[in-house]
Design a protein around this ligand. Structure first.
Ligand SMILES: N[C@@H](CCC(=O)N[C@@H](CS)C(=O)NCC(=O)O)C(=O)O
Length: 213
């Protein structure tokens, strides 16, 4: 049995959870209140010295960190990971894009708006994060205007990785109305078998998002 340690409203944590749901695999979920320091305790740091969720623990106790590495491992041998070496590399290319060119802007803007006070100095970062996030969204829009899924004809782990924070990009202040291909793709992802939506942020975080300029 796999155990997933995660924060429910985190896109990174929802990625492996969504794939486990869609694979129909049993797993145990352990809630970790990462915004309130639960990833920095000695017990948690013994699990992941990098102090971040998600953390996947295999039945034999072996530990895997990094959400996109979990997607690759969990999807092995399933239709969610292309069998062809070139197509697999394309999937990895989108996973690296997500972590380097998308998540640091789209997810971090969401975090700042929903998880920091309205007068937090970090809010000064938002204009630059929005600019860089829109650059990533434009790359996705261009790709999705030519192909239904990130790795071609089939839904897979690249779609799951990029869906996680694009699906809640409005929390970060991103208006997706200028990206019709992304809008259609988000609807296709939500209609895939076994899809499970990420839980909403807690009321206090939702209120901060709502109140953010
Ligand atoms: N690259 C990592 C990022 C993980 C990450 O940023 N986790 C955040 C929650 S979304 C976290 O645990 N933050 C708490 C902390 O840094 O103390 C992944 O994809 O798994």
């Amino acid at each position: 049995m796999i155990t997933l340690h995660g924060y429910t409203a985190s896109g990174n944590c929802h990625k492996p959870r969504l794939l486990l749901e869609q694979l129909g695999r049993a797993y145990r979920w352990v809630d970790v209140d990462s915004p309130n320091g639960a990833t920095r305790t000695p017990a948690f740091l013994a699990l992941n010295p990098n102090g971040k969720v998600p953390v996947l623990v295999r039945g034999d106790g072996a530990v895997l960190t990094e959400s996109n590495a979990m997607l690759v491992w969990l999807a092995e041998g399933s239709p969610f990971l292309p069998a062809d070496a070139w197509q697999r590399a394309q999937a990895l290319s989108w996973l690296f894009f997500e972590q380097y060119s998308h998540e640091p802007y789209v997810a971090v803007a969401r975090f700042i708006r929903g998880w920091t006070p309205l007068d937090a100095p970090r809010r000064a970062e938002l204009p630059a994060l929005l600019e860089r996030g829109h650059q990533a969204l434009a790359v996705m829009e261009r790709h999705l205007s030519r192909t239904p899924w990130f790795t071609g004809e089939a839904y897979g782990i690249a779609d799951i990785a990029l869906f996680a924070y694009t699906g809640v990009a409005h929390h970060g202040g991103f208006d997706l109305s200028a990206y019709p291909a992304i809008g259609d793709w988000l609807a296709r992802v939500r209609a895939t078998p076994g899809f499970r939506a990420m839980p909403d942020p807690a009321p206090a975080n939702a209120a901060l998002i709502e109140a953010s300029p």
